[in-house]
Design a protein around this ligand. Structure first.
Ligand code: PAF
Length: 251
């Protein structure tokens, strides 16, 4: 049975009764098979599996994007139960932000590049909420998808910098059969844009340079925020209609 716990106090009390390793999957809900992969790993590799669902307002630089974020509680609960998740932490804003976001965690270099350059304050919100979640859940391992590679790298850096006692486990991106990376935002694409969206993966894997990929996407009607190679990865963010999609691949 999956228990649902709403306040940090309630969760911590439950947590004290658990034995062995705890695998944790932090999410904002609207779960899809990409999340399910993270949950399956957490379940398989740990004695206890915990999921959190919290649409974190501090990481949305665009209030419209926050308002439109899909909420699918019944489906999410079913996925958790089907995958034998032991507990869902499902807090409300005042539970998570008793300080109303006066305190935050900031990284001053890598968080300003790529998505950070286009979404001011986004990674402050992510790092701050995940720090809070880690302190409440006390996981042994936390699972993150490589689709949000910059997020995962920043979280690994936070764990190292603050000597936090857990392991971040990267999980490869799950894709639709046409190559589109699974994302909670995909459901907001119109039928025509959904048909166009796989061009992102195609462009970043088949172009010789980042500039070539950006040009191909622009020609196809995407509003390209960036295509950039960093180290051995190529990163992209592009907007279709009102939906902003990101992806990255090893090159
Ligand atoms: O990747 C997400 O869904 C969110 O950024 C996270 C890590 C749950 C923090 O709100």
């Amino acid at each position: 049975m999956t228990v649902v716990l709403r306040s940090p106090q309630e969760f911590k009390q439950w947590r004290r009764q658990q034995k062995g390793t705890v695998g944790f999957v932090p999410t904002m809900g609207a779960l899809h098979t990409g999340h399910e992969e993270l949950i399956k790993r957490a379940r398989k590799e740990n004695d206890v599996a915990v999921l959190s669902i919290f649409v974190n307002p501090t990481q949305f630089n665009d209030p419209k994007d926050f308002e439109k974020y899909p909420i699918t509680w019944d489906q999410d609960l079913k996925m958790a139960e089907d995958n034998k998740v032991d507990a869902i932490f499902y807090p409300r804003y005042p539970d998570m932000y008793p300080d109303n976001y006066r305190y935050k965690v900031t990284e001053s270099e890598y968080s300003k590049l790529l998505d950070g350059a286009h979404r001011p304050g986004h990674f402050d919100g992510v790092l701050s909420v995940v720090m809070k979640l880690f302190n409440i859940v006390s996981p042994t391992r936390a699972y993150f998808g490589e689709k949000d590679f910059q997020q995962m790298t920043l979280l690994q850096g936070m764990v190292e910098s603050f000597f936090m006692n857990l392991e971040i486990v990267p999980v490869p991106t799950v894709r639709e059969s046409d190559g589109l990376a699974k994302s909670s935002r995909n459901v907001r694409l119109s039928e025509a844009d959904r048909a166009k969206a796989p061009a992102i993966y195609k462009a970043i894997t088949q172009s010789n340079t980042a500039d070539e990929a950006a040009r191909i996407l622009t020609e196809q009607g995407f509003k390209v925020d960036y295509v950039t190679d960093v180290g051995n990865r190529r990163f992209v963010a592009a907007v279709l209609g009102e939906v902003r999609l990101i992806d990255n691949v090893q090159i």
